[in-house]
Design a protein around this ligand. Structure first.
Ligand SMILES: NC(=O)c1ccc[n+]([C@@H]2O[C@H](COP(=O)([O-])OP(=O)(O)OC[C@H]3O[C@@H](n4cnc5c(N)ncnc54)[C@H](OP(=O)(O)O)[C@@H]3O)[C@@H](O)[C@H]2O)c1
Ligand SMILES: [Zn+2]
Length: 337
């Protein structure tokens, strides 16, 4: 089988197509013939050498958290799925033995890690992490869901967002950003979001963004958000200076959920502004497998159409990463085999 492997951690040029033996499933495992995989900034950081957990000793490295396809074979003891089933993978990997695995939510697992290996024609996975797909959910839509949409959905749950809420999403145009806007809309909330690109914001109108702010200047963004209203929740995947910006505009008692630090690993926080107004700052990573099942249901019943910017053949995986690096895209970038 072919894989799109990282062979140099130098950016998009470091992706190569290699031949690998097709895996065989062991007990509790399944092999999935991957039809579609989507990329995330997490993969890009590994590819750029910016994630210190990965180095040249890990090469060649097959990344890709999000995959959908058809089950090719299953190992001993697998009862949940059978060869021929259409499935999407929940990339969560948990120990099954800690307090959080017993009591939930599973994404708090003390040994929480993520699956990698979707950028390939076949993937060896934990069969219990496969969610079956109804016929009317396409493989490309399913592959868009796991990381971006599951994370955004879990953040909306942590922020307790409901109808009548105003949700602020700095950086509304990427994987998590677009997912946040669409899913806030599904919950009946109103949205305000930002981008450095007016062309991308023009596309966001059709995707459901209610109020677009074309700026990267914190003061300008703050005043534009205030013109719209006082957000009940902020979904923050940018970190850096966007954390204080989001906290500043949040209503008394409002909630900011943070899942990423694209714009900066460290943020300065006005501490009295946080406690005097009872604001909540909440960290969140990924979501739960039931979150992913809910998302599949939302796609199946037509409430959610995952936004896909472009679909690339496996051999052009490097070009997909280049589009992400250049901030060219709106929504998800999908690779098909
Ligand atoms: N904790 C978790 O479980 C989890 C899960 C998923 C994602 N994440 C994190 O969430 C973040 C987003 O991931 P993603 O896959 O959605 O990425 P993505 O698709 O590449 O996100 C693109 C978005 O980020 C904005 N952006 C990119 N670089 C920026 C910069 N230097 N300053 C300000 N804005 C910038 C873009 O704004 P423009 O429109 O202006 O280009 C666009 O809105 C990443 O930090 C990722 O690691 C965390
Ligand atoms: Zn655990």
């Amino acid at each position: 089988m072919r894989v799109a492997a990282f062979t140099d951690l130098t950016g998009p040029d470091g992706v190569s197509i290699l031949d690998r033996p097709t895996p065989e499933p062991g007990p509790g495992e399944a092999v999935v013939d991957v039809e579609a995989a989507s990329i995330n900034r997490h993969d890009l950081w590994i590819l750029e050498g910016a994630d210190t957990r990965y180095d040249d000793d890990d090469l060649p490295f097959v990344s890709g958290l999000d995959l959908a396809g058809e089950v090719r074979s299953v190992g001993d003891g697998v009862t949940g799925v059978s060869p021929g089933d259409r499935v999407v993978l929940c990339p969560n990997q948990t120990c099954g033995a800690c307090q959080f695995c017993y009591e939930g939510p599973e994404n708090l697992c003390e040994s929480f890690t993520l699956f990698h290996g979707g950028l390939a024609e076949a993937a060896l996975v934990d069969a219990s992490r496969l969610v079956t797909l109804p016929e009317n959910v396409s493989m490309t839509h399913a592959a868009a869901l796991p990381t971006a949409y599951m994370t955004a959905y879990h953040m909306l749950r942590r922020a307790d967002v409901g109808p009548t809420d105003l949700v602020f999403v700095p950086g509304a145009t990427g994987g998590v950003g677009v997912a946040s806007i669409q899913l806030a809309g599904v919950l009946g909330a109103e949205t305000v979001g930002t981008s450095s690109s007016q062309a991308k914001l023009d596309r966001m109108e059709d995707i459901g963004l209610d109020h677009a702010i074309h700026s990267t200047d914190p003061d300008e963004i703050e005043s534009a958000v205030r013109d719209v209203g006082t957000p009940d929740a902020v979904l923050n995947h940018l970190g850096g200076e966007y954390t204080q910006l989001g906290l500043g505009v949040l209503r008394r008692g409002g909630r900011m959920v943070v899942c990423g630090g694209t714009a900066g690993r460290y943020s300065e926080v006005d501490v009295p502004g946080l406690f005097l107004k009872h604001k909540q700052l909440i960290g969140s990573t990924m979501g739960t497998q039931p979150d992913l099942e809910t998302l599949v249901d939302l796609v199946a019943d037509g409430s959610l159409v995952p936004e896909i910017d472009e679909i690339y053949p496996l051999e052009e995986t490097g070009a997909a990463f280049e589009a992400m690096q250049n901030r060219d895209s709106v929504g998800k970038l999908v690779v098909t085999t």
